[in-house]
Ligand binder design. Structure first.
Ligand code: SF4
Ligand code: F3S
Length: 106
């Protein structure tokens, strides 16, 4: 499955959701996740993300391995999102910030 990682936090551009053929994105307050049980590895969402937040599970950087389990966990708790919406306020500033896991709202 593909995995949304920390670059999405506090940006949440939502371009990714429009291209997913199986509607497997789920939305939280300041982050999206992919349901690993629904993702068919089509790769289409990767190029859509301005934050380059989406990786194949086997390519998730070492420092972000926690996001693999987080996507699975939060996909069960959060509703599906299928339509693009405006990114979060200050998304341009947050795009440059590293180590954003501490800002994740669940
Ligand atoms: Fe959806 Fe394809 Fe991205 Fe998986 S890889 S989340 S199926 S767009
Ligand atoms: Fe997040 Fe990128 Fe989608 S910032 S909402 S994974 S387009």
């Amino acid at each position: 499955a593909y995995v949304v990682t920390e670059a999405c936090i506090k940006c949440k551009y939502t371009d990714c959701v429009e291209v997913c053929p199986v509607d497997c994105f789920h939305e939280g307050p300041n982050f999206l996740v992919i349901d690993p049980d629904e993702c068919i590895d089509c790769t289409l969402c990767v190029a859509e993300c301005p934050a380059e937040a989406i990786f194949a599970e086997e390519d998730v950087p070492d420092a972000q391995q926690a996001f693999i389990a987080l996507n699975a966990e939060l996909a069960r708790a959060w509703p599906v999102i299928v339509h693009r919406k405006d990114p979060l306020p200050d998304h341009e500033d947050w795009l440059k910030v590293k180590d954003k896991l501490q800002y994740l709202d669940k």
